[in-house]
Design a protein around this ligand. Structure first.
Ligand code: WQD
Length: 341
């Protein structure tokens, strides 16, 4: 069966492509290479031995999207990762985010609406919950006013899909609300591509460990949490990738109860920033140079998932511990450093 993975050369997209190929799916990757490189294809081949078809397409170009679907009539499903995802950048460039994250989604759904039956997996985020009132966070926790245009595009994206599915029974969709993806494939053939100064915690930790960064700033040590630092649910990217395959198979096998469903994808465990740093020190045997500084504007204090629905309804559960995920992140960092010399 042919599955399109948009943003398939990105961090989560490449890991999901590997898991799809392992399950025997034929994968066609669409990527505009704005935040990835074709070299990622070599990493995928090194792991699975199969080179996915790749087309460099900017999904903002409607005619290109129409042409692609005309040439690929036998598409059974789409897993849609392609989007801009830097929270800070979205505040500075809101229109870029609305055009790239919403416009492209509309074009994809218009193409799927023409088909007899289509399965669609949407990359959403726990960002839609904002600072949830109750931990762990369940899927029926209220969606709060977004703190950034990035988060808003995820909320709007979910609404667009839900409303489309209401009037288009041919489309069966699942939105996966990711918590905090981290780590890399255990082979260290693919991972999070380090482009510029990392915004996210884990790549900053491993780059500090590798000596690329002098010191890591811990944004806030005075939160009312156990050790004063923020808590998140850090999930191994391979576990996250596997959740996409399970969700897709649910739709392809017609097991979905509604034609629009939502699942949290996390480990169900919260870890503080200091616990993440301690995890790195355990797995690497290196002391990490960090400094506790002021809070980062826009940060919420705590977010970790109630994974009951994914475990019981989807039949998926995260398997890797924080240390195992951190170990994979560190191996990847060392591999990238070796290659960059
Ligand atoms: C985690 C914690 C920081 C860097 C965002 C998006 C989310 C998803 C993942 C795209 C926070 C602290 C961080 C640093 C630090 N994005 N931190 N020093 O903000 O939870 O989630 O990225 O899919 O949608 O909202 O992730 O990794 O940026 O931060 O102390 O140098 O680490 O304050 O508490 P976040 P993050």
């Amino acid at each position: 069966m042919k599955i399109v993975v948009t943003g398939g050369l990105g961090f989560i997209g490449s890991h999901t492509t590997v898991e799809l190929q392992k399950k025997g799916f034929e994968v066609v990757i669409i990527d505009d290479l704005s935040n990835s490189t074709e070299k990622v294809l070599d990493g995928i081949v090194a792991i699975t031995g199969k080179r996915p078809e790749f087309e460099k397409i900017d999904l903002k170009e409607k005619s290109k999207v129409e042409d692609f679907f005309k040439r690929h009539q036998d598409i059974a499903g789409v897993i849609h990762f392609a989007a801009s995802k830097a929270v800070g950048e979205s505040v500075e460039k809101p229109l870029l985010y609305y055009e790239n994250n919403i416009g492209t989604l509309v074009y994809l759904l218009k193409e799927l609406s023409k088909k007899q039956r289509a399965s669609f997996i949407f990359s959403s985020s726990c960002t839609v919950y904002g600072q949830a009132d109750k931990m762990p966070i369940t899927e029926d926790a209220p969606v709060k006013a977004a703190e950034s245009p990035y988060g808003n595009t995820k909320q709007i994206g979910e609404e667009i899909i839900q409303e489309t599915c209401k009037v288009t029974p041919a489309i069966n969709a699942i939105a996966l609300r990711y918590f905090n993806p981290m780590g890399a494939h255990p082979s260290a053939e693919i991972g999070e591509l380090p482009i510029g100064v990392p915004q996210n915690l884990v790549p900053f930790v491993t780059q500090t460990g590798a000596g690329i960064r002098e010191q890591i700033s811990v944004f806030g040590g005075d939160y009312p949490t156990e050790d004063g630092t923020c808590i998140r649910d850090y999930i191994h990217v391979v576990d996250l990738a596997k959740a996409h395959v399970v969700a897709l198979e649910r739709l392809l096998d017609g097991k979905n109860e509604e034609n629009y469903e939502v699942f949290n994808v996390g480990t169900g465990k919260g870890s503080s920033v200091l616990e993440v740093i301690q995890s790195f020190e355990r797995v690497s045997g290196k002391k990490l140079n960090y400094k506790i500084v002021g809070r980062r504007p826009g940060d919420i204090m705590t977010a970790y998932a109630d994974t009951t629905k994914a475990n019981e309804v989807l039949g998926w559960k995260a398997e890797s511990s924080l240390d195992e995920a951190m170990k994979s992140a560190w191996l990847w960092e060392q591999r990238v450093r070796k290659e960059s010399v």
